[in-house]
Design a protein around this ligand. Structure first.
Ligand code: BES
Ligand code: MN
Ligand code: ZN
Length: 498
């Protein structure tokens, strides 16, 4: 999406549509005040008459007004003045975009940027605006036959500046946000694609293509024979029931010479039927989203390579299906992980940890500064945190805080959960070094404890995105989370923020 900046009065901008707002009680936003005085008080009068709603999420489009250059003035309801924060700002923009998406309007100028939004800056206000628009305009109609009706004419967004000096911040925000929107669209597409299309091989091809498009990026795809040679028998035990070949995707980005890399590991189960510990049928289709961890780390890699951030980043994606069959792993089977630790597979549906543990062990070869795995790992996480926050579990409190703060800044929040010995001991096995499950209660934490046994002496965090990676019901679809959180984390490490 193209952009422009403007520091002049709202009334003087020649644009198709300027976005202004009004708070509950009729208090006009900054640009609305200007439009109001340009029109001799018309705006305030219409609010008083009740023609313009002030409640958050509503908006009113006014055609050409005397004294105002723009062809239209969109007045967004902003709700209570003292409650106007980041999410209210984003909601107002989403409503404005929804109002113009079926029109032929080609450009909008966002004057809501001038409002005083608690705890933010022009950089973030511009970034959230582009990200919100990207999210509102996203459609997945690749699999529909017939004429695709994406026909969206919006091509350009304007950012109103309080002072000219903010233009640099806004330019940077626009560059970052464009990359984030593209990354999130990739993550969403991969998640939304059906499991008969988005197979492990499809994910691998996507990673190879990304490397072809970015000179600073390399991709290597390991096949089952190579995975076996590495000793990843825990990973391979999950693919036993499937006829789609498993892949280990390894991506490498070098943006600086000196510096140990950050490694992102993503769970890439392209369909999780549970294996012999078969899942119930209701809603099982949603287990196509069990590769959203993989999609989000691949998308983050694409963003980092696009922005050419001065950091080193590796991505490791173990990917396969988890299906039942005569050749599938049985509950009770014992497998040996790449680390040499033996695992009793008490439940074949706890497969994510079985593929991730070998990928985490593999990550050691990069001598990482930090390793973060991202996974739709447990239903228990959804019970704990619902669909609003990603669970953050780590063996390092500073890393937990870094991720938590990044989530807040990126408006893609996480929440810390503990990793502790009391939980870890639930993994006891009578026959192997340990089992792949603990008790049902606290299941997100015992899953993290399992992974923690493979990340000793590494600075590591685990993000459980089971509740945040996709939406169910009428709005079923990928969210692209936690791409914003991960990107923010890396932008901070790259010192690429204003
Ligand atoms: N992919 C699922 C986790 C999941 C379930 C995410 C539902 C989102 C919604 C994972 O592989 C799984 O099946 N986990 C089991 C673990 C259990 C067997 C210990 C679970 O959460 O039920
Ligand atoms: Mn499972
Ligand atoms: Zn799974």
């Amino acid at each position: 999406m193209d952009y422009f900046t403007t520091a002049g009065a709202a009334r003087r901008l020649a644009s198709s549509c300027i976005i202004t707002g009004v708070y509950a009680g009729g208090k006009l936003g900054i640009a609305a005040q200007d439009i109001n005085s340009a029109t001799g008080g018309q705006l305030a009068e219409r609010v008083r008459q009740g023609d313009i709603s002030t409640s958050l999420g509503s908006c009113t489009v006014l055609p050409a007004l005397p004294g105002v250059k723009a062809k239209r003035v969109l007045v967004a309801g902003l709700g209570e003045r003292d409650e106007f924060g980041i999410s209210q700002y984003r909601k107002a923009i989403a409503a404005a975009i929804a109002a113009v998406r079926h029109t032929r309007i080609r450009d909008v100028a966002n004057y809501l940027m001038l409002e005083d939004v608690r705890g933010t800056s022009p950089y973030y206000l511009a970034r959230y605006a582009v990200e919100t628009i990207g999210d509102s305009l996203y459609r997945f109609d690749e699999m529909k036959s017939g004429r695709k009706k994406h026909g969206m004419s919006l091509k350009k967004i304007g950012f109103a500046l309080a002072k000219r000096a903010d233009a640099r911040q806004v330019a940077l925000a626009h560059e970052h946000a464009d990359a984030i929107v593209n990354g999130m669209s990739l993550a969403k597409d991969l998640g939304n694609l059906p499991p008969n299309v988005c197979t492990p091989s499809y994910l691998a091809r996507t990673a190879v293509q990304l490397a072809k498009k970015n000179r600073n990026l390399q991709t290597r795809v390991l096949n089952e024979a190579e995975i076996k040679r590495l000793g990843m028998h825990s990973f391979l035990s999950v693919t036993n029931g499937s006829s789609e070949p498993a892949k280990l995707i390894v991506m490498q980005y070098k943006g600086t010479s000196k510096q140990r890399p950050t490694v992102l590991v993503g769970k890439g189960i392209t369909f999780d039927a549970g294996g012999i510990s078969l899942k119930p049928g209701i809603g099982m289709d949603e287990m196509k989203y069990d590769m959203c961890g993989a999609a989000s780390v691949m998308a983050t890699m694409m963003i980092v390579a696009t922005l050419k951030l001065p950091i080193n980043l590796n991505v490791v994606i173990p990917t396969c299906e988890n299906l039942p069959s005569g050749t599938a792993t049985r509950p009770g089977d014992i497998v040996t992980s790449m680390a040499g630790l033996t695992i009793e597979v008490l439940n074949t549906d706890a497969e994510g940890r079985l593929i991730l543990c070998d990928a985490l062990t593999y990550s050691r070869r990069f001598k990482p500064d930090t390793v973060i795995d991202v996974a739709t790992l447990t239903g228990a996480c959804v019970i704990a945190l619902g669909h609003h926050r990603t669970a953050i579990m780590s063996n390092d409190d500073d890393l937990t805080e870094e991720l938590r703060v990044s989530g807040i800044a990126a408006d893609d929040r996480g929440w810390p959960m503990p990793i502790a010995d009391e939980y870890d001991s639930e993994l006891h096995s009578n026959f192997a070094d340990f089992a792949n499950i603990g008790k049902r209660e606290g299941g997100a934490i015992t899953a993290a404890c399992f992974l923690g046994r493979f990340t000793k002496d590494m600075k590591w965090a685990h993000l459980d995105i089971a509740g945040t990676a996709w939406r169910s019901g009428g709005q079923k679809g990928s969210t692209g989370r936690p791409v914003p959180m991960l990107t923010e984390f890396l932008l901070r490490r790259a010192r690429a923020l204003p």
